[in-house]
Design a protein around this ligand. Sequence first.
Ligand code: ADP
Ligand code: MG
Ligand code: MG
Length: 499
Amino acid sequence: MMSPISQMKRPEHAPYPKLTTKQVEENILPQLNQWALSNGLIMADKDNISKANVAPTTVFPTSVPAKVFENAKTLQKTYNQLYAQVSNSDWLMNETKKLVHSDPDFTGKLYAMAQKCDSQQTLKLGLFRSDYLIDQKSQQIKQVEFNTVSVSFAGLSTKVGEMHSFLNSLGAYDSSDEMKMFYEGMGELPVSESSVFMPRGLARAFTMYQSMNSETKKEKAVIAFIVEPNETNLFDQKAVEFNLLRLYGIKSIRLTFEEALKDLEYSKFDDKKRMVHKKTGKEIAVVYYRTGYTTGDYFNESCWKSREFLENSYAIKAPTVDIQLAGSKKVQQLLTQDETLNKFIDDEATKNELVKTFVKIYPLDDSKLGQEGKKLALACTSNNAKYVLKPQREGGGNNIYKDEIPKFLKTIDEKEWDSYILMEMIDAKPSSENYLVRDGKLTKEPVISELGIYGTILFDKESIRSNEYAGSLLRTKLSSSNEGGVVAGFGTVDSMCLV
Ligand code: ADP
Ligand code: MG
Ligand code: MG
């Protein structure tokens, strides 16, 4: 006789490997596909944008220690506040200025825009996601990066959690007794609240805009999603859009940079630069950027003109250009230095909690630490090297790993090395095996998961109006791949099974 579930020892991992590929294909995959297509856990086909496929997902939720999740969740408001303060600081502008010479066409343009921005809107909205890997040795979260612009998967993250819960309730995972006992015993398949909490952040900004502008009637105002022309991750964004309407009665419109420039104008009603949609007369209360974080997003000059037009308007921006600059890899590196962190945080205990999530990050400049960084970078001559080189870029596929680093550095002028940072590789805990589904194909592989925590913060120079945790994301990739981007084609969306 089996022992009662309550007396069972908690296994460290869900027993995935017990199921054969054939069992998964026959018993689980059809249910997974049907749920995903019925509920919008989908992505548009990159070759045919009007077609959609099931989004890349895992078959099973991945085990994550409950206390690791709790820790990451608890830190989010501190991280939100830190990056809000950085975005408000002169320090940010001084540091960014130093990056302009080596990246005039991107960082340089954003910097110039921040310098001459004349928006009368003092409120700013941060919709953030802090990403972590779990360090194998210490079993602690270590921060991979902090995203401040175009933070994706808030919609699909909720859906994948719901799908895993559905498969579990259906009994699709019950093919072995051990498995059944495991999920019944744990019962902790938390569904990420991100598809509701991220819209809540947007709604708070929208409501604040209206309360400051009584002449703006609710039915006359909208949120503008600024999007890529052929966005494959459209349905992730749609979940946010639908929840804004369903839960808050807030309407949104979608505009590319080029459309925004053409279809919007500053109102002649006063000199605030309120932004109005010409055709409908709707006023844009909040601008929500889902594009604009990488060079390719500005494919012609009118995209830059549009960004500037939006930035100077009276709408509340999520994010403003200074919040975007605060999310650079360079700022992350500088924040790991005591003297920088001290500028923004007084409380020692709070500081220590953040420091625990840092790994070593080096600049590659002429400072003492920079010299050390250069030496370490050039010494990365084997595939076992422990470092990753990162440029000031977002969106995946930009990093240079391990023994590629010295070769790469030799291709650029040493004067430009200072726009890169050298980061220690986090030795992540392999989450055992899982089945990944991508383009309908099933692979069973050792995997690694990256935990993301969302946060929203509405603030101005004087005060913070709201600061909240906003859900979670688990992205799972093959442990053999260095990168983990889902849209970039390296990973899948996953959910947690707390152990
Ligand atoms: P991006 O802004 O392009 O997403 P990231 O800093 O998140 O850049 O790096 C992309 C991916 O590279 C991460 O999702 C992770 O899989 C891997 N990676 C980045 N930094 C590290 C690190 N220090 N240790 C291990 N893996 C890393
Ligand atoms: Mg990333
Ligand atoms: Mg990023």
